[in-house]
Write a protein that binds this ligand. Structure first.
Ligand code: SF4
Length: 166
């Protein structure tokens, strides 16, 4: 099931993920889903079990570059395709449960070039530098589960969220 193309209308902001120097901020939209691709993907589910982590719905990270973490199966094509390193593997910087990334502060020092830089298949592509996007759509094209929605029109929803949660 691809990302909901209307997620800013159908979901609510549940968190704000920023960089420690304040140069980047993206919002997290929830609630998440339990019926998206990661819930049935064998590699993802095996790796959750191996970690002893409970599988949980996660929602969408980012607004004008939105990544549905419930649909993301850690393919990593987007990480290699993005010409301006918008994404990083979140676990390569903070190897914590994904639910703890809803209101996280990161340095932006994670793996951002190599699809094989994922810690395992519970990792997620995090649009940590969302504001660097140049709208090339390469990430959207390569994602095998259609987990990514890039839409300049959603800049407005980001700005509105900044007014409320900035
Ligand atoms: S649209 Fe292009 S620049 Fe923007 S996040 Fe995707 S790959 Fe990167």
């Amino acid at each position: 099931m691809p990302i909901d193309p209307e997620f800013p209308k159908n979901h609510k902001v549940v968190g704000k993920h920023k960089t420690s120097d304040g140069s980047y901020v993206h919002f997290v939209w929830g609630p998440g889903r339990t019926d998206a691709e990661s819930s049935t993907n064998t590699q993802v589910q095996q790796d959750y079990k191996a970690r002893g982590e409970e599988y949980a719905p996660l929602g969408v990270h980012g607004t004008f570059v939105g990544v549905d973490w419930d649909a993301c199966i850690a393919d990593g094509g987007c990480i290699e395709a993005c010409p301006v390193q918008v994404f990083q593997w979140y676990r390569s910087e903070q190897d914590v449960k994904a639910t703890e990334m809803v209101n996280a502060t990161s340095e932006g020092t994670g793996e951002d070039h190599n699809r094989d830089g994922r810690r395992d298949f519970t990792d997620k592509s995090d649009p940590i530098r969302e504001q660097s996007c140049i709208w090339c759509m390469a990430c959207v094209t390569v994602c095998p589960t259609q987990s990514i929605k890039v839409d300049e029109a959603n800049l407005q929803a980001h700005e509105e969220a900044l007014k409320t949660f900035g």
